[in-house]
Structures are given as structure tokens and as C-alpha cells.
Ligand binder design. Structure first.
Ligand SMILES: *Cc1c(COP(=O)(O)O)cnc(C)c1O
Length: 478
């Protein structure tokens, strides 16, 4: 397993402590078995998300000091605009407070009741904004994306036949745009290939349907193209990123991912009319079109983060760190989504706990068990995150039932990842015997995974080893 030493050294440290077993038991009970409701000081190694949890560089921090806080015409905005134009190549840049701000504006501009938006797997906030504006999302990702054991290097590709069938079924004029994620977060950070993006561009051009990129991790996607796609090995990550964007009409960006920022985002488009419409809305929902809900210092940090993100040594170290954790788990036989994605290692909770019914939330259960074991926090990406079907009211059952261990950029060392690997291996062993999971005691109406509360489904089996909590406690005490 290649692991190049990090291309940075540590200048500032943030102390963390390991909560005791008793503290963890109390904390998870208080949190209703939802790791999203834990307080961060109750967590030892926090792999809940790689969003906004990155370590900024000294250059970014220095930029914060010279951020221009002018309400109108901040010079920091113009530096951000120039960085987006240079590295992503879109002419019109509209700042927003974070990615979902861009999704809100874009959906309000383009989605109407009756609209259909195809995409390579849903993302929680993206789909929520499409649905809030009356649209419906259609998953047109290749079927291998739903197969955790498929080793295909580009599991984020769009199934072009499925997209074409949808276009013929609903009509091109009901499809305001195709939403393309690079990489695909919900599939575990799986990339889309340049060949597929190119073919998608050709297909959508025939039908005059725009393509909007979810660019949150497009730099990570570009790295995978460079490593695995024929013809692209000699190109820089920056060149590949630019070419990916060249195949699309615009992008929503959460700068809390690739751009090493703690907050921020942008919407960028090629069409001047759409840009004008978006600027009018940004003033209503985010802030003036030269800050969009960000402080001047945040825009400065994002602008500098963009430059750092495309540096080859930074992106190599980033992806290799994630791969290292994944390889350790694969070697120990823990079922994970393969190949390892760009930002996260995803545990296949359905395979780890085959006896727990999907409606008892195996991934939610496993996330709670992992926290109890070591104070490591992952995130549920399964039935709870998928929510209910707006028409039938039933739980959606995505084929993947995952606990996502997302690695913040430049934050943890290899020793932290070893602690996590040891804990996952132990927990997966303990959880094999588990037969029951969790049930809701409180279920919010939208994005329920953030604030839902649960209780263990009572133990019922003859051996008395039912429920994650019981099994884990028994295993540790016995
Ligand atoms: C994080 C994320 C978003 C939303 O961005 P926020 O900054 O969290 O609002 C949208 N799409 C993808 C793929 C993301 O990972």
C-alpha cells in the first residue's frame, strides 16, 4: 500500500481526548443512538464528514487576515471569482454560503412542478431542493454503483441507456438539466470517467439538455481519471479538472470539500441569462452577489484553497490516506465498498449484520456500535438517509446500506487511521451475531438522518444476543 509522507508539517495542534467507555455509553443514549446528535467533545476520531472539517494551510489563514469585508465589491470576491474561472473555467461565478445555497438558487431558477432531474445517484440536499421546487429525481447511475463488490474504477458513470429511456419517456422539455456528481458521494466517493462525461455531453446536446456538475469533489475525481483512465495519465489534475468542467454548463460547489475551507461555496454557469437570474435570487437568499453569505475572509480562504487543491502532492496524499484505511479493512476481511473512493471508506453494514432487517437500520446500528467501541464517529448512509418516498410514504430502500467513514483533509495522521481500523475490525466481528437494530422514537419530516432519535429494538432471540448494544456490551464484558 503506497503511503507517501504528507506534503505538509504540523504548525498548530488541536487537543482531542478519548471519552471513557462509561462516557460513551451515556453519550450515545442521550443522543438517541444517532451519532449525528453527539457533541463533538464526546467524539475521539471524528469521521462524520469531510465537509468543512479540513485543516486550512498557513497561506489560507494568512489570507483570512487580509479578507476584504466590504459589503459591495469585496476584492476577496474578485480573487475567488478569478480562481474559479481559472481552475474550473466557468465565466459567471455566484458566491453562496455553502453548496446547498447553490442548489437552492439553481433549483429555483430551473426546476418546476413536473420537472424530472436525472442524476448519477441522489445526494441528500441536492434532491431535497429539487423536490421542494416540485421536481422529481431519477437515478441513472450505472448499476455496478449499487454493487459494493464491483471493482470497476468508474462506478460513478451515468447509465446512458437509462438516461435515454427516461428522455423518451418524459420528454426532453421536462428535464431542466442532468445533475452529474463527481465524485459520487452517496456511492462512497466513486468517480465518473471522462469518456462517460463526454458521451453524456453528446447525448444531452442532441436533446438540448444542460449538464450541471456537482463539483464538491471534482478535484478528487480528476485524480482518479489521471490514475485509471487511458489517455489521461500524462495530464495534470488541474488540466483534467478544467476539461471535466468544459463538458458541463455549470456547477454547484461546496467549497467545504475539495477547497480545504471550513465554509463557503459557489454556483457557476456559462449562460449569462441564467447567471442574471441566479444573481437576483442570491440577493434574496444568501447576500449580495459579491459575498453570497460568506465573509470576505472566507472567500479569500476558498480562493487560496482552490489553488492548493489541484497541487498533485496534496491530492495524492489525500487519496492515499483514504486508501490506506480501506486496504487495512479489506485485508482483515471487513466488507467495504470497493474500490475505495476518494473521500471515504464505506462499511457495508448490510453484509456486516446480515440478520438485521433493513427497516431496523443496520447502518445506523453499526455507527452507534462503532462509537461505543472507540469513540470513532462515522455517518449512516442507508435507509435512514434515504428518507421516505414522497408518494407512498414508505421508507426508501437504497441498495447500499453503509456506514461512511469520511476522512477530513490534512487533519488526522496514520496512527489515527490505525485506531479506526482496529476498532472497525473488532466491531464488525461483534456485530455478526446481532439480529435486531433500532427503531425511530422521533422522525423529522425532512433530512431526517440529522435529528432523528432511536431506541434499540428489544432483544428477542433465544441466545439473548440481540440489538447492537446488547451484543457489543456482552462481547466486551464477556
Ligand atoms: C456536501 C455536498 C453538497 C452540499 O454542500 P454543503 O456545503 O454541505 O451545503 C452537495 N453535493 C455533494 C456531493 C456534497 O458532498
Amino acid at each position: 500500500m503506497p503511503y507517501t509522507a504528507e506534503p505538509w508539517r504540523i504548525k498548530v495542534v488541536e487537543p482531542i481526548r478519548i471519552p471513557t467507555r462509561e462516557e460513551r455509553e451515556r453519550a450515545i443514549l442521550t443522543a438517541g443512538y444517532n451519532v449525528s446528535l453527539l457533541r463533538s467533545d464526546e467524539v475521539y476520531i471524528d469521521l462524520y464528514t469531510d465537509s468543512g472539517t479540513n485543516a486550512m494551510s498557513d497561506r489560507q489563514w494568512a489570507g483570512m487576515m487580509i479578507g476584504d469585508e466590504a459589503y459591495a465589491g469585496s476584492s476577496s470576491f474578485y480573487r475567488l471569482e478569478a480562481a474559479v474561472q481559472r481552475y474550473y473555467g466557468y465565466p459567471h461565478v455566484i458566491p453562496v454560503h455553502q453548496g446547498r445555497g447553490a442548489e437552492n438558487i439553481l433549483s429555483r431558477c430551473l426546476v418546476r412542478p413536473g420537472s424530472h432531474i436525472p442524476g448519477n445517484m441522489y445526494f441528500t440536499t441536492t434532491r431535497a431542493h429539487q423536490e421542494l421546487n416540485g421536481g422529481s429525481f431519477h437515478d441513472v447511475i450505472v448499476s455496478r454503483a449499487h454493487d459494493p463488490s464491483s471493482e470497476h474504477p468508474f462506478k460513478g458513470d451515468v447509465d446512458l441507456d437509462a438516461l435515454e429511456r427516461l428522455i423518451h419517456k418524459v420528454g426532453a422539455d421536462t428535464i431542466p438539466y442532468v445533475s452529474v456528481a463527481a465524485t459520487v458521494n452517496m456511492a462512497g466517493g466513486q468517480p465518473i470517467s471522462m469518456a462517460n462525461l463526454t458521451a453524456l455531453r453528446e447525448l444531452t446536446a442532441q436533446h438540448r439538455i444542460p449538464v450541471i456538475l456537482d463539483a464538491a469533489r471534482a478535484v478528487e475525481n480528476a485524480w482518479f481519471i489521471q490514475q485509471h483512465e487511458p489517455d489521461w495519465g500524462e495530464h495534470s489534475v488541474a488540466e483534467i479538472l478544467w476539461q471535466m468542467c468544459a463538458l458541463t454548463d455549470g456547477a454547484c460547489m461546496s467549497a467545504k470539500k475539495d477547497s480545504y475551507a471550513n465554509i463557503g461555496g459557489w454556483l457557476a454557469v456559462r449562460d449569462p441569462g441564467l447567471a442574471e437570474q441566479a444573481r437576483n435570487l442570491v440577493v434574496v437568499y444568501e447576500g449580495l452577489h459579491t459575498y453570497g453569505g460568506m465573509a470576505g475572509r472566507d472567500m479569500e480562504a476558498v480562493a487560496r484553497g482552490i489553488e492548493e487543491s489541484v497541487q498533485e502532492d496534496n491530492i495524492r496524499a489525500r487519496i492515499q490516506q483514504v486508501a490506506y484505511l480501506g486496504e487495512r479493512l479489506i485485508q482483515a476481511g471487513v466488507p467495504v465498498v470497493r474500490p475505495i473512493g476518494g473521500h471515504a471508506v464505506c462499511l457495508d453494514a448490510a453484509a456486516i449484520m446480515p440478520a438485521v432487517p433493513r427497516d431496523q437500520f443496520p447502518a445506523q446500528t453499526l455507527a452507534a456500535a462503532l462509537y461505543l467501541d472507540s469513540g470513532t464517529r462515522g455517518a449512516e448512509r442507508g435507509v435512514v438517509s434515504a428518507g421516505r418516498d414522497p408518494v407512498t410514504g414508505e421508507n426508501r430502500h437504497p441498495r447500499l446500506e453503509l456506514v461512511r467513514l469520511a476522512i477530513p483533509r490534512r487533519v488526522y495522521t496514520r496512527s489515527h487511521l490505525d485506531v479506526v481500523a482496529d476498532s472497525v475490525i473488532r466491531t464488525a466481528q461483534h456485530c455478526q451475531a446481532v439480529t435486531t437494530g433500532l427503531s425511530f422514537t422521533h422522525e423529522p419530516a425532512t433530512l431526517r438522518f440529522f435529528q432523528a432519535r432511536f431506541a434499540p429494538v428489544p432483544a428477542g432471540s433465544a441466545d439473548g444476543v440481540s440489538g447492537p448494544y446488547t451484543a457489543l456490551t456482552a462481547a466486551q464484558k464477556g
